[in-house]
Every structure is written in C-alpha cells, then in structure tokens.
Write a protein that binds this ligand. Structure first.
Ligand code: KMH
Ligand code: ZN
Length: 276
C-alpha cells in the first residue's frame, strides 16, 4: 500500500476558543499548531486564517503572512489554503488565496446545510469558476465532498474536463447537514471513485478516528485536526493538533502503514517535488 498522507486541519473557521483554547487565531498560534502537526507527521497543513480576535478571513495578506511564517518552521510542508472560507463569504473573497504562489488548495464540490440556519453555497457554476481559476494557476485541488451528490458533481465535471486527472478527493463526513461518517457511508463513497483517484477522509467529531482507521486499512489517506474534532478521546480535549496527528501515526504504524513525508506526498498526488 502507498504510504499514508496525513493532513492536519489546524484551525478552520468555526471552532473558537470557547470550544478549545488550543484553536489558533494569531499568526504565532497558527505557526505553533502547524509545527506541532508537522513534527508529529503531517505532510499537509489545511489552512484557514483568522483575525487576531478569531474572525475568519480570506485576506490574501493574512494568508501570505501565515504561509511565510509556517514555511520558516516547516520548510517542506505542503500548505493547502482553504477556498471554502466561512459560510456567507463571496466567491471572489474565497478565491483570494489562489492569488498566492501555492501548491494546493481546496475546491468544495457542492452546497449543503451547515447546521442551524447556515448554508454553505457552492453552485455548479461556482464550482466551474473555482476549477478554472485553480487549474489555471497550476494549483492541485483537493476536491472536498461532504456527501455523495458532491462526488457525482465531481465525476460529471471531470467528464466535461473542468476537473482534471489525477483527481484527489477529500470526503468530509459528519457535518450537520452532510453525509454521516458511518463505515457504510465511507465504503460507499470510496467504492464510487474511478480507478486512479486518490482520496483522504476527514471525520467530523466522533467520526474522526474510526474513519481514520478505515482509511488506513483501505489504502486511503487521512485528515485530522481541530477544525474537525477537538477531542483526543471521549470527553478529553486534545492539547494541540500534534496530539491528534500523533494518534493517527500510532494507529497507522500498528496496522503496518508507513507515513508519507511531504515530498512522498507530493509524488503520490502528482505535485512537483520540493527541492532546496
Ligand atoms: N468552513 C466551511 C464553511 C474548505 O476548507 O474548503 C468550509 C470549509 C471547506 O472548511
Ligand atoms: Zn476547511
């Protein structure tokens, strides 16, 4: 089996310091959390940025600052800015990080309820616009699917050549409004992928570690982090992102799956290898 790519979703747009003190807002905190995840074995940092007071932002300057600061501490790590941002942001706002020289970013592949009155909007035409921009800039998208309809959209847009091979899909399961993260959901989704597509699984909340194990066993990749889940085990807050990543590393090694370095991840994903 291929080595395991671990992505750390260190921050997100929704979790606040009322949920856990470990969630990073400032650049210093973002660097601290990225480094803890990288040192523990993460090859990719899925990055949102926030103002110092925690407000989510897609400011190009803020992304630039965070990326530079992370690269100082973790020079070879793959940084994957979010183009999802936060519910309610405009498309142009969300696309701001694609104006930076980045290797990867997310591309959200459908609309869904996002808890309470929130709707995370990604129409078909929005997705085409994101795809044109992202591929046009030579960036590798991680195709985020929160349910099966999103994957069907990916496959349709792949046929129409808006989405290009080789595809890398991320199943984000367990959002309140998306597909749940039961084992049968995961198996159905991953069996619906065309041959040659790589995938990662992000289980939200209590689904995080069961889905990590399922993906480790099935040859997929794994995303963990405080964006998705703040507990290291039932009722116990994770002290940082590194602790969540370290748990995945232990589980993977127990099952005989080695961990990919950032450059090994680049080879698996078809991204140009970092050389310095
Ligand atoms: N914060 C969510 C509304 C992404 O990063 O691309 C969207 C999100 C997806 O987190
Ligand atoms: Zn995100």
């Amino acid at each position: 089996m291929e080595k395991l790519i671990i992505t750390a979703a260190i921050c997100g747009a929704e979790v606040t310091k009322d949920h856990t003190e470990a969630i990073p807002y400032t650049i210093e905190e973002i660097v601290r959390e990225a480094k803890s995840a990288y040192d523990a074995g993460a090859a990719i940092i899925h990055l949102h940025v926030r103002e110092d007071d925690g407000t989510p932002t897609q400011s190009k300057d803020r992304f630039n600052q965070a990326i530079k600061a992370i690269k100082k501490e973790c020079p070879d790590v793959i940084i994957q800015p979010s183009t999802g941002g936060a519910v309610g942001m405009s498309i142009d706002e969300r696309l701001a990080p694609t104006e930076i020289d980045i290797e990867m970013c997310t591309l959200d592949c459908g609309t869904l309820n996002f808890g309470g009155d929130e709707i995370f909007v990604n129409t078909e035409n929005d997705i085409k616009k994101f795809a044109e921009r992202i591929y046009g800039k030579g960036i590798k998208p991680e195709l985020e699917c929160f349910e099966k309809g999103h994957l069907d959209m990916v496959l349709r847009l792949h046929k129409k050549r808006y989405i290009k091979s080789p595809m890398h899909v991320s199943f984000v399961l367990g959002v309140n409004g998306g597909q749940s993260g039961e084992l049968r959901d995961f198996l159905f989704l991953k069996e619906s992928l065309p041959h040659g597509t790589t995938y990662s699984v992000a289980g939200v909340g209590r689904y995080e570690f069961p889905l990590a194990v399922a993906s480790i066993l099935e040859g997929g990749h794994v995303r963990v982090g405080l964006e998705d889940n703040i507990y290291i085990r039932k009722g116990v807050l994770a002290k940082d992102n590194g602790e969540l990543v370290a748990k995945v590393v232990r589980l993977a090694l127990e099952f005989g799956r080695e961990i990919a370095t950032p450059n090994e991840a680049r080879k698996i994903l078809g991204i140009e290898v970092y050389d310095e």
